[in-house]
Write a new protein. Sequence first.
Length: 85
Amino acid sequence: MSYSIMNAGQSTKAKSTESLKTLADMEQDRELANDQAKQSKKNAQLSAAGTGAMAGAYAGATYGSAGGPWGAAIGAVIGFAAASL
């Protein structure tokens, strides 16, 4: 009788250990996915800011030499804001 109780305890322990390992793996995967999503968003914002800066510099340059840097700055801000939405 005690043998079957010991087997049941060992089986329960093995199942719970396996469940905890599975949960830990799932948590690690979730954290990795969240980190990748944050990095992807940051990259998209920087890319949009760069694209906006280039478009703004081009548009500003058509209005004179002083307009290029201002256009780039304004375009970068608009591009970053648009990517944040």
